[in-house]
Write a protein that binds this ligand. Structure first.
Ligand SMILES: [Zn+2]
Length: 98
């Protein structure tokens, strides 16, 4: 392995860690795997999920506007999925403002 390739891999790890920190600060992450699989809309409410650990948490109302373009059957399917998951408090971090 060349030194240049090692440096490149190191950068990817830094980007992955930075992404997880940003996710934890902004959306919250699963306490088990420190990541999330994005969010589902149920009507105007957004819930972030971890499918691997079957956790979900409430994020907010109308935080993103894509729910306006979804159908009621999509929300029903999300409700049915989340009914089998556990509602948790996500792992979050607070980044200090200057
Ligand atoms: Zn998880």
């Amino acid at each position: 392995m060349t030194k240049k390739k090692k440096q490149h891999e190191g950068r990817e790890e830094v980007i992955e860690v930075a992404t997880r920190i940003a996710d934890a600060a902004v959306f919250g992450v699963c306490p088990d795997c420190l990541s999330n699989d994005g969010y589902l809309n149920i009507r105007s409410s957004q819930y972030f999920v971890c499918h691997a650990h079957q956790f979900f948490w409430f994020y907010g109302v109308d935080m993103f506007d894509d729910w306006r373009f979804e159908l009621a059957k999509t929300w029903r399917a999300s409700e049915e999925l989340l009914a089998g998951y556990q509602l948790i408090n996500p792992f979050t971090i607070y980044l200090a403002a200057e």
